[in-house]
Design a protein around this ligand. Structure first.
Ligand code: GSH
Length: 208
């Protein structure tokens, strides 16, 4: 099957939502890596595709779509194979580059959101119900590295742990999460560890 879809993306939690969705739906696509570390997103040609100066963005023939949630809804809409219900679900961004005081706040908030997910996944196989949907993909890309980066023990959240392991084993997820192929795990881990060391050096009164 030939395709007009071009995905402009980078290997971030928002960036891999569309590639995982494309792989899951079996839609053919090409992709262009947009290295946000060297500001390709600010180049004039890219602003015509993504006026909000962010990845991911997608072009399908004469149609342009940006915002990861909009792209996922668009793909689910055009896919002939999609039969699952679509539910939007928003999770907080992880605090990799936040100011130090907000790192603690967002760490606590991340744990609170994990409890919310745990609550839901104890009563339901997937976030929107009995079927795997784009709500799972949108949340999975944020949850997958959280425990390692934030030093959270996921065994405190057994239903969430089972969900994240199961989704991570899906071939389409592994394929899509590797578009474009860039290993940023160590870079992210170092960033977080240095911020974490600063928090640990703060007094309790500084933390709020
Ligand atoms: N709400 C947007 C957020 C997209 C976003 O934050 N993209 C980041 C990478 S994850 C980006 O392009 N950053 C480049 C910049 O801020 O210049 C979405 O979900 O697509």
């Amino acid at each position: 099957m030939s395709s007009d879809i071009i995905l402009y993306t980078w290997s971030t939690a928002n960036g891999i939502k569309p590639s995982i969705t494309l792989e899951e739906l079996g839609l053919p696509y090409k992709f262009e890596p947009i290295d946000i570390g060297v500001n390709i997103q600010n180049e004039e040609w890219f602003l015509k595709i993504s006026p909000n100066v962010r990845i991911p963005a997608l072009v399908d023939g004469s149609q342009r779509v940006f915002e990861s949630g909009s792209i996922m809804l668009y793909l689910a809409d055009i896919s002939p194979t999609n039969t699952t219900p679509i539910v939007a679900l928003v999770l907080c961004r992880s605090p990799i580059s936040a100011p130090d005081y907000s790192i603690k706040r967002f760490l606590d908030e991340t744990k609170r959101l994990y409890s919310v997910l745990e609550f839901r996944l104890k009563e339901s196989l997937y976030l929107a119900g009995s079927k795997y949907t784009i709500a799972d993909i949108a949340s999975y890309t944020w949850v997958r590295h959280g425990p390692a980066l934030l030093e959270i023990d996921l065994s405190e959240f057994p239903a969430l742990e089972k969900w994240v392991d199961e989704i991570g084993k899906r071939p389409a997820v592994q394929q899509g999460a590797d578009v474009p192929h860039v290993d940023r795990t160590n870079e992210q881990k170092e960033l977080f560890q240095s911020a974490r060391a600063k928090i640990d050096g703060m007094t309790n009164s500084d933390k709020h």
